[in-house]
Design a protein around this ligand. Structure first.
Ligand code: TXA
Ligand code: MG
Length: 330
């Protein structure tokens, strides 16, 4: 299959690209599109056979539930079978935005979307292209990140092309995504709200709105069978190389003893005498998140045998990034 590249801009060509993408989705085809976090691989959430194609294109096990994207809170009410007070308060504070809520699934959403679970993950994306697409389609869109299963998530249309080119119908190209890591996932379906995946909406910010939030068990516990969010497998967001997570002061020594090619992601400048490919990322969490996946993709393109990731500081604003680096290194 040839993957069509539809370029979005603010003019009439952008409007045509959007209309074409919406037509494809309504016809049950797969279209990747930008959200503020990462690119999503979209299919009509109400069409079970369209959703099945997502799993095939990604090579993703059908035990791994998807996120449903809707244009606004009113549309989210159609996807969820219950809308607790906590959901209303969080939606008012964080939507549109990078917070995904897990709630009981409404009967109109086929079971395959949430891998047979009785719950559904839903969010209202803030990206103007995602918003415009959802309004043009007029239906909820199921969309996981637009990458092959366990590969690094895409923050540009080029990343999507590299991972899924030839396997999906189209890519709606809206430029680089501003946040850069996937949304925060919060489970509101049980008695106590539980953070399933940290992201740019911080646990502390959520607690300001709804009070105490539990955290899912640590990474190693997630490897067991009994995890509540099957997509949170240990090795995820992983580049195509051996990965090592090290404290800043251990990196030079590690490189000295290595006789294979390596690339380093660091918040600090490259020390003199180091031969490895070295990508310096911003020292603030927001800037780091925006550039992280692009940097991993560029090291992958260089074909280095090792990717060395530098351990991150302890602050709450780094929680989502610590999680992604731990998974990449698993
Ligand atoms: O930012 C994002 O969330 C991006 C953009 C495209 O919206 N999407 C994304 O989707 O990262 P995906 O499929 O790569 O990750 C979805 C996460 C997985 O960890 C999955 O296990 C969890 O959400 N999830 C989805 N539905 C769930 C459910 N019903 N119960 C528990 N976890 C669920
Ligand atoms: Mg993903």
């Amino acid at each position: 299959m040839e993957t069509l590249r539809l370029r979005y801009d603010a003019g009439p060509e952008g409007a045509r690209a959007l209309a074409h993408a919406a037509r494809l989705l309504r016809a049950g085809r797969l279209v990747a599109f930008p959200t503020e976090t990462v690119y999503g691989l979209g299919a009509l959430a109400t069409d079970a056979s369209a959703v099945r194609k997502i799993f095939t294109a990604k090579g993703r096990p059908q035990s791994n539930p998807l996120i449903v994207h809707v244009a606004d809170e009113a549309a989210a009410h159609q996807v969820a079978a219950a809308w607790p007070e906590r959901a209303a308060r969080l939606a008012a504070r964080f939507w549109p935005g990078a917070l995904t809520l897990v709630l009981p699934r409404a009967p109109g959403i086929p079971a395959i979307v949430s891998a047979g679970l009785s719950t559904i993950a839903v969010r209202v994306p803030a990206h103007p292209v995602a918003q415009a697409l959802l309004r043009e389609v007029g239906e909820p869109i199921a969309a996981p990140s637009a990458n092959r299963y366990t590969a690094v998530s895409p923050t540009t249309a080029e990343h999507v092309q590299k991972s899924l080119g030839g396997r999906i119908d189209a890519i709606l190209d809206g430029g680089a995504t501003p946040v850069g890591i996937e949304s925060t996932v919060l489970d509101l379906s049980g008695d106590r709200p539980t953070l399933l995946r940290p992201g740019s909406v911080l646990r502390e910010e959520i607690e300001e709105v709804i009070g105490a939030v539990d955290e899912r068990e640590g990474l190693t516990a997630m490897e067991g069978e009994a995890r509540s969010s099957p997509g949170l497998s240990r090795r995820h967001y992983a580049p195509d190389a051996r990965v090592r997570l090290l404290p800043p002061e251990a990196i030079e020594g590690f490189l000295r003893n290595l006789d294979e090619t390596a690339g380093v992601l660091s918040r600090f400048p490259k020390p003199p005498g180091v031969e490895a490919a070295w990508v310096q990322l911003p020292g603030d969490a927001e800037g780091f998140a925006r550039q992280l996946y692009g940097a991993l993709h560029s090291l992958e393109d260089l074909g280095v045998r090792w990717v060395v990731l530098e351990e991150l500081p302890p602050g709450p604003e780094w929680a989502g990034l610590r999680d992604r680096l731990a998974r990449a290194g698993g």
